[in-house]
Design a protein around this ligand. Structure first.
Ligand code: GDP
Length: 227
């Protein structure tokens, strides 16, 4: 099955995480890891050798992926991933524990566009993305980001269907939840669940930190699995 994808477009991520907030996040969720940039891969040959469990982050451009990565890892990941030339690459980061052991790898995949869905992967997403998702042996969890302020999108639905068919474990995370009031949240999450045929959607905000602890718990539950 071909994974339809779209134009890759990438604006520089806005700085959403002022130092005071970064400090608050640190104390609220003491970081157990330091983040180390590994490499930007533009072809399958460049993927790092598979060792520790890998978590992939996927989402349409502007969904808030860079901001969430900022919040999860400190600013390094988002900065690297938004560097011109790296926005079409898979950017790999190692998460090191306090003894500098590599515990997990985060793979930041290029954002797919909001433009009309194209017929085939080759017209949008770089060709090596689909094989990455299909065969990467260490890939344990795909975090699919969807914008809680936007109704379910066909592009997201296609990606999720593709992951299901490929037998990939995934978690759908609704971003920017701080922009919605209580009732709007409930409605939006219900619409996402129905539209994307999901039992669960995890709501997060990179701005307030809402849901970040739960997201870390989900990542660690999977990232702790051995290959
Ligand atoms: P990316 O293209 O997926 O990496 O998205 P960015 O992280 O660059 O975010 C896109 C826009 O959404 C920026 O203007 C961010 O400031 C904004 N944004 C991202 N996350 C949040 C959030 O949790 N809350 C709010 N209110 N805005 C957010």
């Amino acid at each position: 099955m071909a994974l339809s994808v779209f134009q890759v477009s990438k604006a520089r991520p806005k700085r959403l995480c002022p130092p005071a907030f970064a400090a608050w996040i640190f104390f609220a969720y003491p970081m157990r890891y330091t983040t180390q940039f590994l490499l930007s891969a533009l072809s399958a040959e460049q993927f790092p050798s598979p060792d520790v469990p890998e978590i992939a982050f996927l989402g349409r451009s502007n969904v808030g992926k860079s901001s969430l990565l900022n919040t999860l890892t400190g600013e390094k990941a988002a900065k690297v991933s938004s560097t011109p030339g790296r926005t079409r690459a898979i950017n790999f980061f190692a998460l090191l524990d306090p003894s500098q052991q590599r515990k997990m790898v985060f793979a930041d995949l290029p954002g797919y566009g909001y433009a009309k869905i194209s017929k085939s992967i080759s017209s949008g997403w770089p060709a090596f993305i689909e094989p990455y998702l299909a065969i990467r042996s260490t890939l344990k969890l795909c975090i699919c980001l969807v914008d809680s302020n936007v109704p379910p999108q066909q592009s997201d639905s296609q990606l999720i269907d593709w992951l299901r068919a490929a037998g990939r474990e995934f978690a759908v995370v609704a971003t920017k939840i701080d922009r919605l009031s209580g009732n709007e949240r409930t409605r939006s999450l219900l619409a996402l669940k129905q539209g994307l045929e999901l039992d669960e959607v995890l709501a997060v905000s990179a701005k307030t930190g809402y849901g970040v602890k739960e997201l870390w718990a989900r990542i660690e539950a999977t990232g702790g699995q051995q290959n």
